[in-house]
Design a protein around this ligand. Structure first.
Ligand code: C5P
Length: 223
């Protein structure tokens, strides 16, 4: 009798901008020895390519062409970490054609042998709905704005805290209100509010949640 292959252990980490999900995903990758994909970088890259080509972020075809040509080596560009790239990302992310063009890249990453950690907005709902471990990481908008403001300061971007808070609120509204794969927790996601937590505390809490999911997954895949 053939032994059924063990499915990949996929960890989905979703949540709004600057909720701590990126740091949490990196920590989970280390703790469980899994590769990590920051899917926000894909949308950021599409936005930056469209802007560099002088095309409109509101043109679904221009953005979908950039998405179709995207390769992993484009994701190391430091420009993808800027405030403008975040805004451009959320504008191109509303187009269903763009989301479709990025689907294969993300699913292939998720299905690699052993598993993977992916962070984004729609990982638990669309990209990997069968993921055995799902987290939805949140924090109050003001807390997130302060975190993002500090990051931008460290990168040398001069911007006021008020402007960063306005960016965050606008992005939450656009990401949560769009028709295509809106940002929302999967029904089976564990909610983790990091407003009152240090990043180490949040990473520990996430690790415990995923450890419990992994134990359940191991049991259900035994023998
Ligand atoms: O996570 P990050 O802030 O880098 O994401 C940038 C933007 O990319 C988000 O505001 C969202 O509009 C889009 N995004 C998305 N789906 C994902 C990841 C990011 O729509 N899975």
């Amino acid at each position: 009798m053939s032994v059924p292959e063990k499915p990949p252990f996929v960890v989905a980490v979703d949540g709004p901008a600057a909720s701590g999900k990126g740091t949490i995903a990196t920590g989970l990758g280390k703790a469980f020895d899994l590769p990590v994909l920051d899917t926000g970088l894909l949308y950021r890259c599409v936005g930056v390519v469209v802007l560099r080509a002088g095309e409109s972020l509101d043109d679904p075809d221009a953005a979908a062409s950039a998405a179709a040509l995207l390769t992993a080596d484009q994701l190391d560009d430091p420009e993808l970490r800027t405030r403008a790239a975040g805004e451009a990302a959320s504008r191109v992310a509303v187009h269903p054609k763009v989301r479709d063009a990025l689907l294969d890249f993300q699913r292939t990453f998720a299905r690699q042998e052993g598993g993977a950690v992916l962070d984004g907005r729609d990982i638990g709902t669309v990209i990997a709905p069968d993921a055995p471990a799902k987290l939805f990481v949140t924090a109050a908008p003001k807390v997130r704005a302060e975190r993002r403001w500090k990051q931008l300061q460290a990168q040398g971007e001069a911007v006021s805290l008020e402007d960063v808070l306005a960016d965050i609120r606008r992005r939450d509204e656009r990401d949560g209100g769009r028709d295509a794969a809106p940002m929302r927790p999967a029904a089976d996601a564990v909610l983790l509010d990091t407003s009152e937590m240090t990043i180490d505390h949040a990473a520990d809490a996430a690790r415990r949640i995923v450890e419990a999911a992994r134990a359940r997954w191991n049991t259900s895949n035994e023998g």
